[in-house]
Design a protein around this ligand. Structure first.
Ligand SMILES: C[S@@+](CC[C@H](N)C(=O)[O-])C[C@H]1O[C@@H](n2cnc3c(N)ncnc32)[C@H](O)[C@@H]1O
Length: 330
């Protein structure tokens, strides 16, 4: 239905060739992409992934953040940048890093963004620094917290803390070959604990043992289809980096162009050392000072930002040529 049925709390912004309406409180979206909006161009990235700090209390071997990047943001500077981007049309910010809960002042920054800007604010966390007070402080101001599931950490406790505080909570599960056999039991366990939102992430990085081989991708896709049937109350989402590689599961990309992951157009990454990148793994980072600089790069760097990254996990790569398969799968 167009326009959205309840305009209260909705913002509408142009995308490339489409018009997007977004409800901050729920994250619901409506996209209009008929001939009458084909001329539209995005004025700002719809979403910003913000590495507010590069510091992390964990040392995950698979982590794809730039480990050497400095952390230079203060809460006031981050607020000023994000308020200006919101004014230009950005709808959402997702804080990550590093570990965003290791950033002093995160709860205050989130509350201020919620009160003083129209941004929807999300946080992706490993959950290990979470306590009841932090969860309760964030609850009224975050549109969602995404809890990363790491086997060697007490994610059930973190999930319980978030849900008890009334935080809209989803989980991130990094999918790799060793994870596949236990994936169904993990998801059933999550559902039994009250989780209704599961994002399945594709591995990006140089370790061949972490990439799914084609047969494993087929089996993973079948597993997801089975889980969707078995758990209709759970919303499953797939990382855009899976691209078209999962048979029977459509790629989930908001707005146009639909045959692309949207890195650098639909969303950009702001790094802890003040660069703007198309995505976390993208090698091309433009230094910037102000939101106007970010928007200039968003416009001017279209061609750089649209490049595939040199990584088998990139949806823009032809993986038949580039997938560095583990020897047993060659
Ligand atoms: C880099 S972490 C930063 C936020 C926070 N420290 C956390 O652990 O959730 C953000 C997300 O990226 C995922 N991630 C880390 N390394 C990855 C990789 N090499 N490929 C794909 N996703 C990765 C994590 O599982 C997590 O959900």
């Amino acid at each position: 239905m167009w326009p959205p049925p309840d305009p209260v709390g909705w913002r509408t912004v142009p995308l490339d060739g489409a018009l997007l309406s977004f409800e901050r409180a729920t994250g619901r979206t409506l996209v209009r992409d008929d001939a009458r909006v084909a001329h539209l161009r995005a004025k700002a990235p719809r979403a910003v992934q913000f590495a507010i700090t590069n510091a992390c209390n964990l040392t995950c071997a698979f982590c794809n953040r730039g480990h050497d990047a400095r952390s230079t943001w203060t809460a006031d500077e981050a607020f000023a940048l994000l308020a200006d981007l919101a004014h230009a049309g950005t709808l959402e910010v997702a804080f990550g890093g590093g570990e965003p809960l290791a950033f002093r002042g995160l709860a205050g920054l989130i509350a201020r963004l919620h009160r003083e800007t129209p941004l929807a604010v999300g946080v992706t966390t490993n959950g290990t620094l979470l306590d009841d007070d932090t969860a309760r402080a964030m609850a009224p101001h975050v549109s969602q917290v995404r809890l990363s599931i790491y086997d060697d950490h007490d994610w059930p406790m973190a999930l319980a803390t978030l849900l008890a505080a009334g935080v809209r909570t989803g989980v991130n599960v990094l999918v790799h070959p060793a994870r596949l056999p236990a994936l169904p039991s993990l998801v059933f366990d999550l559902a039994a604990r009250g989780c209704t939102d599961v994002l399945l992430l594709a591995y990006k990085g140089p370790d061949p043992a972490m990439h799914l081989a084609p047969a494993q991708r087929d089996s993973f896709a079948a597993t997801v289809r089975g889980l969707q049937r078995a758990l209709p109350a759970v919303r499953f989402a797939l990382d855009v980096c899976f691209g078209d590689r999962l048979p029977g599961l459509p790629r989930m990309v908001l707005g146009a162009p639909r045959d692309d992951c949207g890195a650098g157009r639909d969303f950009v990454v702001i790094t802890s050392d003040r660069r703007v990148r198309a995505c976390t793994s993208h090698p091309h980072g433009e230094p910037f000072t102000t939101a106007a600089d970010v928007l200039t790069h968003f416009e001017r760097a279209r061609s750089h930002f649209a490049m595939p990254i040199d990584d088998a996990g990139c949806a823009r790569r032809d993986d038949r040529r580039h997938l560095p398969l583990a020897p047993e799968h060659r």
